[in-house]
Design a protein around this ligand. Structure first.
Ligand SMILES: [Zn+2]
Length: 275
């Protein structure tokens, strides 16, 4: 395991459509000496950190001084998987582009830019005591462990049903990185009525209508939906600012509970150690 801080090896840009605004957004990735991932929107620096999270209803949104950036979770997962701990992301819109609905393009572009290693350490957060948060029948908990080990359970109406997946080799999982976001067809109208998902299409989400998947090519993996929930969780956990070490078990969790788990961990310094 690499314990050193890292950044990207060169500047690069990436454009795409925002899922909710439907507008084209360009991201410019800049190497950073200072620790952590942060966005810059309209001149405002917004650290991609759990305590900056302002809204978790449809995506994870961070905000500072009246400026916000939403849907950061897939990009955060791409940083996690790339091993990047320090980076500035200049963004010219309020929402990270949805790309193909997964973290694949972000991951691929970061990989192409390469990794630059600093001598400084302090990139791991080791969980020292069990922490759990819940809401109705949804919960997420973490126990001490020397690696990151994730077990996720989701349950939706058929054809999704109940899906469970354990991911022990979190460091190396293409099938997580390129699993797409998904939506039930009956939810789309309500989301659109709220003025959201203007950029949504079969090109950037798995759409489940009735008993079937409406995308012409179907799913990328039999467990693509639970895989994507793990991707979201990894992206959200990385807003702790560190690479988490612990055994994470989750049932129907989402951005809201993922954020509450981090707030609970940081509420007591005896819950964790940084190294
Ligand atoms: Zn997602």
């Amino acid at each position: 395991m690499n314990k050193r801080q890292t950044t990207i090896n060169r500047i690069f840009k990436l454009s795409g459509i925002g899922l909710h605004t439907g507008r084209e957004v360009t991201l410019e990735f800049i190497p950073r000496r200072e620790f952590g991932i942060a966005f810059v929107y309209q001149g405002q620096l917004i650290p991609a950190r759990y305590d900056m999270v302002a809204d978790t209803r449809l995506s994870t949104q961070i905000a500072a001084d009246g400026k916000s950036v939403s849907t950061i979770e897939h990009l955060m997962a791409a940083f996690y998987y790339s091993g990047i701990t320090n980076c500035l992301v200049y963004i010219d819109g309020p929402e990270v582009p949805i790309m193909d609905g997964s973290a694949w393009e972000f991951y691929h572009e970061i990989w192409r830019a390469g990794v630059y290693e600093f001598p400084e350490t302090g990139v791991y957060l080791k969980v020292l005591r069990p922490v759990e948060v819940s809401h109705n029948d949804a919960w997420v908990r973490v126990k001490p462990l020397n690696t990151l080990d994730i077990t996720m359970t989701i349950e939706f109406r058929p054809p999704v049903g109940k899906q469970r997946k354990r991911l022990m080799d979190v460091e190396n999982a293409v099938s997580i990185i390129n699993s797409r976001t998904f939506v039930l067809h009956e939810e789309i109208e309500a989301i659109r009525k709220a003025g959201l998902a203007k950029g949504g299409s079969l090109d950037n989400a798995v759409v489940i209508g009735g008993e079937e998947i409406l995308n012409p090519n179907g799913l990328r993996y039999k467990k693509e939906l639970v895989n994507h929930k793990i991707l979201d969780l990894i992206g959200d956990l990385f807003t702790c600012g560190y690479r988490m070490l612990g055994k994470v078990e989750a049932n129907k969790t989402g951005h809201y509970l993922n954020n509450r788990l981090l707030r609970e961990i940081f509420a007591d310094p005896d819950n964790y150690a940084i190294y």
